[in-house]
Design a protein around this ligand. Structure first.
Ligand SMILES: C[S@@+](CC[C@H](N)C(=O)[O-])C[C@H]1O[C@@H](n2cnc3c(N)ncnc32)[C@H](O)[C@@H]1O
Ligand SMILES: [Zn+2]
Length: 313
């Protein structure tokens, strides 16, 4: 039998917001050992993956090929997408616009945190928040998020979980960032429902998801033939995304974003235009053009991304 050791101190403070994703019973410090946790109600056991608390209720419900894809592409995020200066500048600007729409306050969750870019962004803002939690299904992404925290002396907690069955108690968070997560889920509706469940009344979420247009269908069709996208990967017509979110939350604001900047700057790990264009010198101009297009009726609907801000009733 494994020795019964205390949960790490950094985790004890986090425990009040954790719940069993299988039966939703809240967990308390006595349910934890250094090695993991056991649900007091359904007795599901949760261990650790690479030392990170692993709160997947039932691994057989996960889309294994999506998890494998995300594990594999995690290196592209830190080494290419968020490393090349022009791509990083673009992503910094999108994160800034999300945190301006919904400023961090109280307890903050980054749902599908990937390698922790948004967690770093939130910490860099310096807002006096109570707690910052990153959750993702990919252990490789989480390992990189942990390495980021260690490298940059950032404080946040990480947990492995499934966005369709969040391992948190109802009404735990004031703010949720959901940057490019719903379109990866087998059930985006469950993803939005879960965010509605874990937000406190009056709490807010901001979603950023790909917008489906005639052009995006062609480009994504080509990209999906590579090994960087699982077949669960989808995009939304703006109205459909808004209707989906509305089933669980009050939609407060909808914005279209990303025109020429999104394909030119955003995804060098998928398509690297810096091989043929001096993008480092063009970043400011490209983002300026994007902002102008976003003001033009009709044209603005041709964006690559949709941003939806919503509030828990
Ligand atoms: C496009 S990436 C975005 C990552 C991060 N939000 C960012 O903006 O850099 C999508 C993320 O969703 C995660 N993901 C996919 N399916 C998930 C699930 N069922 N539960 C939690 N995370 C999931 C992936 O592992 C990946 O990190
Ligand atoms: Zn349980």
């Amino acid at each position: 039998m494994a020795p019964r050791t205390e949960a790490p101190e950094s985790e004890s403070a986090f425990i009040p917001s954790l719940a069993c994703p299988r039966c939703e019973a809240g967990l308390s410090p006595s349910d934890f050992t250094g090695g993991g946790a056991e649900c007091p109600q359904c007795h599901a056991r949760y261990g650790r993956s690479a030392g990170i608390l692993d709160m997947i209720a039932d691994p057989s419900t996960l889309n294994t090929s999506e998890v494998e894809t995300q594990d594999r592409v995690s290196a592209n995020y830190d080494d290419v997408r968020y490393a090349l200066p022009h791509a990083r500048a673009y992503h910094e600007s999108t994160m800034r616009s999300l945190s301006q729409m919904v400023p961090p306050r109280g307890a903050v969750l980054d749902d599908g945190c990937g390698t922790g870019m948004m967690l770093e962004h939130v910490r860099a803002l310096g807002a006096p928040i109570e707690d910052l939690v990153g959750m993702d299904v990919s252990v490789e992404m989480l390992k990189r998020a942990r390495a980021r925290a260690e490298r940059k002396a950032l404080s946040y907690r990480l947990v492995r979980g499934d966005a369709c069955r969040l391992p948190f108690r109802a009404e735990s968070f004031d703010v949720v960032y959901a940057r490019s997560i719903l379109h990866h889920l087998p059930s985006p509706d469950a993803g939005a429902r879960e965010i509605g469940r874990v937000l406190k009344p009056g709490g807010e979420v901001v979603f950023l998801e790909p917008n489906e247009t005639a052009l995006s269908r062609v480009v994504r069709g080509m990209a999906r033939k590579g090994d960087k996208f699982d077949e669960d990967h989808k995009e939304f017509r703006a109205d459909d995304l808004v209707a989906l979110v509305r089933r669980h939350l009050d939609v407060v604001e909808v914005k279209h974003a990303g025109y020429i900047a999104y394909p030119l700057l955003g995804f060098p790990d998928v398509l690297d235009f810096s091989r043929v264009l001096p993008l480092a010198r063009m970043v400011g101009g490209i983002m300026w053009v994007d902002d102008r297009i976003a003001d033009v009726p009709f044209l603005k609907r041709l964006s690559w991304a949709i941003v939806v801000r919503a509030r828990r009733r």
